[in-house]
Design a protein around this ligand. Structure first.
Ligand code: ADP
Length: 229
């Protein structure tokens, strides 16, 4: 099959500050991720993982280099165009769930879909399907505070893919969970990625989970290095 990468970073440079104080967080970072591919990113704190995820997710603009989302160069897009592209093609999961506390799990999934133009009924149907897929269908009416840590992260993952993105960017998605819960949550995340052909870049400190992914990368002196064992 002649598939193309869902995400390409080419020679991405991101520097904070200027002159002798300048911090070259990304300094010629190159990466390609294919649809359905899971890439783990393991690097020490401060190495630039968040900067890389935010750049790939079009939340930050690199100083130079290019980021292609499904073949489309993004450097010259306006802020509005970047926001639109992000909404349609990229899903984010963070270490802490960031669910809206006053809404149920189902409503947390419905809101981004309705913002994207779906009717209430359509959004509700897809939310139910996704929560069932993540094995928390019976918790759909509960608010985040009534869910366990693992359940909250399942809802956060379901919300990240509610608008059928092509790329999933995750920053320590199981970092806040005990090892057993982490591996259960990861298993549903993995099955979701495999079944939907998402391209996933997942920052983690968990070497056990990293080994289950297709590739493992790290960041050294602002460059991406493949460290797959
Ligand atoms: P990680 O996610 O791997 O911990 P980050 O991407 O958050 O790393 O940060 C990389 C480096 O860049 C750190 O030294 C951090 O202090 C610095 N940094 C991040 N964001 C900014 C910013 N907005 N301004 C200045 N320095 C920053």
């Amino acid at each position: 099959m002649n598939k193309k990468p869902a995400l390409i970073l080419k020679n991405v440079v991101r520097t904070y500050g200027e002159g002798p104080q300048a911090l070259h967080v990304l300094n010629g970072a190159d990466l390609e991720i294919m649809p359905g591919e899971m890439v783990a990113m393991i690097a020490p704190s401060g190495a630039g993982k968040s900067t890389l995820l935010h750049s790939a997710g079009l939340l930050e603009r690199p100083d130079s280099g290019e980021i292609y989302i499904r073949d489309k160069a993004t450097r010259d897009l306006s802020d509005d165009e970047r926001t639109k592209m992000r909404r349609h093609t990229i899903g984010f999961v963070y270490q802490f769930h960031h669910l809206l506390p006053e809404f149920s799990a189902e409503e947390n999934l419905m809101i981004p879909q309705m913002i994207n133009g779906l009717t209430r009924a359509e959004a509700k149907e897809r939310s139910r399907e996704l929560l069932d897929y993540m094995k928390i269908g019976e918790r759909a009416d509960h608010r985040p505070s009534e869910l366990s840590g693992g359940e909250q992260q399942r809802v956060a993952i379901a919300r990240a893919v509610a608008n059928s993105p092509r790329i999933l960017l995750a920053d320590e998605p199981t970092g806040n969970l005990d090892p057993e819960t982490a591996s259960h949550v990861f298993a549903t995340l993995e099955s979701l990625v495999r079944n939907t052909g998402l391209a996933a870049l997942i920052a983690t400190h968990n070497h056990v989970l990293a080994r289950q992914m297709d590739r493992c990368i790290t960041l050294e002196a602002g460059k991406i290095i493949d460290i797959t064992e």
